[in-house]
Design a protein around this ligand. Structure first.
Ligand SMILES: Cc1ncc(COP(=O)(O)O)c(C=O)c1O
Length: 383
């Protein structure tokens, strides 16, 4: 049995540190925000190469507050993608604004910058690219378009802790970067969590106010706000995990490179082509194939867990029918949704497991994976 995700193994490896950190918060009684969260904010801001981090209770809250702080409201339009988790769209709608989708690039699976300018209207206020699966969107042209048209750029970096674009970290290029610490994320809390990062002190201050009922001091509410605060225990856990995030990321990249090598000889399994200037952090390792459902069933029968990120694009979800889109509007997005299959990837995934997954893939949907490549993989993976 190979799980799609194995959160218990990671916990086992760092249990004494995690348990002690949780215990310290319990003893201190500072369960909401407090010093553990403040320490995490400082550390995560430095990791993202920015001045400010506002720790929150989810990635969705981060997107919502980033949009609100940037002044997005009813009547405004925000350009984003439909190949994402629904939270990206939901956050725009929470503000009373309208999402305007553009298709993704067939090679990188992220927002296609060539399509953005045509989607701009007098109502457009922001561009919200999604760094899908851990690969950053093509930020330079997107920022250039935004600056030309006076638009805000908000990065949905929920899946991309530590990802890079031309040496710059995810979250540091747009006006605000939004992260999720949902348990299965590359940096995951033991419950819900998120953060918004920025170099802009005004946006940081506004988001800090909004997350805590708009309070400047106790019971002094200067703007209508929300209860979007991070728990002390989550801050403490994330602080411990920050000690490992780079090692875990490199381990993910190693697993991905082995998949890449084994699948390179097959045209049946399409993978994204990360540009050389990007550091992909492989929150998800997805392949695209024509007989996805059969292959997924075969892997499941063999005890191998897989996922699909995402099977139905946002524009085709019943919940968002009112946006007025239909099948055929975003052909690349729709074809990816029909073909995506996410394979297990996590730092603890051992060499034998990677070998087994590739063997099963070969059996389920014959690919020309040379046996020598599998043997080389076994020999070269870290134990
Ligand atoms: C691309 C993307 N955006 C936003 C979110 C929302 O984050 P959260 O679940 O922490 O609210 C997620 C979480 O899965 C995500 O993958």
């Amino acid at each position: 049995m190979i799980r799609f995700l194995d959160l218990q193994e990671q916990y086992r490896q760092i249990k004494p540190e995690i348990d002690a950190a949780i215990f310290r918060v319990v003893e201190s009684g500072q369960f909401v925000l407090g010093p553990a969260v403040a320490a995490f904010e400082e550390r995560f801001a430095a990791y993202c190469g920015v001045k400010h981090c506002v720790a929150l209770n989810s990635g969705t809250s981060a997107l919502h507050l980033a949009l609100l702080a940037a002044g997005i409201g009813p009547g405004d339009e925000v350009i984003t993608v439909s190949m994402t988790f629904v939270a990206t769209t939901a956050a725009i709608l929470y503000c009373g604004a309208t999402p305007r989708f553009v298709d993704v690039d067939p090679d990188t699976w992220t927002m296609d910058p060539h399509l953005v300018e045509a989607a701009i209207t007098p109502q457009t206020k922001a561009i919200l690219p999604v760094h899908l699966h851990g690969l950053m969107a093509e930020m330079d042209p997107l920022v250039a378009i935004a600056r030309r048209h006076g638009l805000v750029v908000i990065e949905d970096a929920a899946q991309s802790h530590g990802a890079g674009y031309k040496g710059r970290p995810a979250g540091s290029i747009g006006d605000v970067g939004c992260f999720s610490f949902y348990p299965g994320k590359n940096l995951g809390a033991f419950g819900e969590g998120g953060a918004a990062v920025t170099n802009n002190p005004d946006l940081a201050r506004q988001m800090s106010l909004l997350r805590d009922w708009g309070q400047e001091s106790k019971y002094n509410h200067v703007v209508p706000g929300y209860n979007y605060r991070m728990d002390g225990i989550q801050g403490a856990i994330l602080n411990v995990k920050m000690n490992y995030i780079e090692a875990w990321t490199e381990a993910r990249r190693t697993v991905a490179s082995h998949y890449d090598r084994l699948l390179a000889s097959s045209s049946r399994y399409k993978r994204p082509a990360p540009p050389r200037h990007c550091r992909h952090v492989y929150h998800v390792y997805a392949v695209e194939l024509s007989d996805r459902d059969d292959v997924q069933t075969a892997l499941s029968d063999a005890g191998i867990g897989t996922g699909i990120h995402y099977p139905v694009p946002v524009h085709l979800q019943k919940a968002y029918r009112d946006l007025g889109y239909g099948r055929g509007d975003f052909p690349v997005t729709e074809s990816l949704a029909d073909g995506f299959l996410s394979l297990p990837i996590y730092p603890e995934l051992g060499p034998d497991q990677v070998t087994k997954i590739v063997r099963m893939l070969e059996k389920a949907s014959p690919v020309e994976v040379p046996i020598s490549a599998i043997n080389n993989l076994k020999a070269s993976l870290p134990v």
